[in-house]
Write a protein that binds this ligand. Structure first.
Ligand code: SF4
Length: 226
């Protein structure tokens, strides 16, 4: 890994972050901290802009995003930014570092309550940032687990389940509550939630498939996701 870290030029303009990363992760700074073997600092810097580094490091389209904008990529191979991000999260996990100890928790909105409907990647990310600002957050999830497509939609070899589990646990440790087996329209009523919460964030995903209207669609062995 040290060779991969050393390969970064530490560009002041950091196009990898400013142009390539939708979250604007401070890539040269996290690489610098990791190079100095300061994983806590690297994880702290990362946690300012993302709460899913172990996941994004594995499944983001790096070639199009950060690595696609890396100066090193102009004449050769770009810096392995995705791999480095995943490495930092894995090392942080190994060292027992927790998100709650690596973010600055604020009390700014401590009187506020927010309901999040759907505990997939959008829901858990929103929950983390709200909790970070002192908001009392409850996630309502229709399944008996969190993670959504991170759990059922990405195979183990691309995204190991223990990484998803650890990420979720670290987010819950920020003080996020969860109510499982709650489906909007069945167990939950928006009007009632509106009375109880200051805001509602709906992140149920769009996971019912559409009919393609192509030949063979109704053959035996062809399934649609319901
Ligand atoms: S553009 Fe590439 S070389 Fe420059 S700071 Fe970003 S990762 Fe490092």
């Amino acid at each position: 890994m040290i060779e991969k870290l050393d390969y970064c030029l530490g560009c002041v303009a950091k196009p990898c972050a400013n142009k390539g990363c939708p979250l604007e992760n401070n890539i040269p700074q996290i690489i610098k901290a990791a190079k100095e073997e300061n994983i806590k600092e690297a994880y702290e810097i990362l946690s300012k802009t993302t709460v899913l580094p172990g996941i994004c490091g594995r499944v983001c389209p790096h070639k199009k995003q950060c690595e696609g904008s890396c100066v090193r990529g102009i004449k050769g191979e770009p810096v392995s930014i995705g791999e480095i991000e995943a490495y930092i999260f894995d090392k942080a996990m190994e060292q027992g570092l927790k998100l709650k100890d690596c973010i600055e928790k604020k009390e700014k909105y401590k009187e506020k309550k927010v309901a999040i409907i759907g505990g997939g990647p959008a829901g858990i990310t929103a929950a983390a940032y709200l909790a970070k600002n002192g908001v009392a957050v409850t996630i309502y999830e229709r399944k008996n687990y969190l993670g959504g497509l991170l759990v059922y939609g990405i195979p183990e070899f691309r995204l190991p389940k223990n990484i998803v589990e650890e990420t979720i646990n670290q987010i819950l440790e920020l003080g996020v509550k969860v109510e499982y087996n709650k489906t909007l329209g069945k167990d939950l009523n928006l009007q009632e939630l509106k009375q109880k919460y200051d805001a509602i964030f709906i992140s149920v995903g769009a996971n019912n498939s559409n009919k393609l209207n192509v030949e063979g669609e109704t053959l035996e062995g062809v399934y649609r996701r319901k």
